[in-house]
Ligand binder design. Sequence first.
Ligand code: SAH
Length: 340
Amino acid sequence: MKNNVYNLTFKDWEDYFVDKGDKKFKGQQVFDWLYRKRISSFDEITNIKKEIIEMLKEEFSMRTISITKVERDVDVNKYLFSLNDNEKVEAVLMNHLYGNSLCISTQVGCNMGCKFCESGRLKKVRNLETHEMVEQILLVEEECGKRISHVVVMGIGEPFDNYDNLVKFIEIINHPKGIELGSRHITVSTCGIVPKIKEFMKLPYQVNLAISLHAPNNKIRNEIMPINKAYPIEILMNTLKEYIQTTNRRVTFEYILLDGINDNKECAMELAQLVKGMNCYINLIPYNETNNISYKRTKSENISKFYDILKKNKINVTIRREYGSKISAACGQLRSKKED
Ligand code: SAH
């Protein structure tokens, strides 16, 4: 099978031409055509010899995914993509005051099995290739005509269960000669795959890390997130302390509030205790209810109470602003709607 142009990093492109006995400058030119001039066919390249263009055409594919559906709401667009093998994934574009942020998918389905999550209901079919992650950005920028300033890796899939493709993706979109997304504008969210967090902290990029915590103790977390049985909370927290020390960066904890499950006063106090002294902040997420799962969203007065307890304990905390609950923008909902 042909390789895809969006699988290659800047250095891969240089090496590709050097291996052919050519100049690495050619690789830099191709990178520029792909990410600055944003060509969608090799024929648009004008400053490289015909034979080389023919060689590229023979060896590489280019665009492989397409947008099959867009749902629009105030400040948010939700995209459904069709992949080469007809699988579907989603991305969500959010317009903030500070820029446009795109939430991308990393897998078709997910094997983490979080009880509250729609993506997990549909088991993992396969990992996305690096180029399929890159293409989500390119297609959305073309469709909406705006520059994406932030990328959050929080769509369908567990990014650390597709680690190598993810890292290559980050290297490509971060490169100053390409899309040039600043590493501080990239956030990766994981349910807590500890060995990969350890690898991630050694990377040379200043990418933000978010952890889907969702419970203050093993008892509750085991019930709603099976990954906790492999990497219990105390091991996760120790790893994150190591992460903060090594990288000198703040960690974000995501905490979905589920009515009657993880949202009482004791949970809030236990959570405050758990993260005390860590360089972190907590993002409280009002649960997006779905037809297929019976968890209910915590009432807003109880969300406020939970928030107040954390605040009183001097924890940095925000309540996530909601985008697109009308258009089923919660993780995996558009894809699953299609399939129901
Ligand atoms: N697998 C990664 C990234 C994808 S999920 C992770 O677990 O972090 C992105 C975030 O959306 C996670 O915090 C997840 O727990 C949350 N999420 C899933 N379903 C949700 C729902 N129905 N409402 C609100 N947040 C949800």
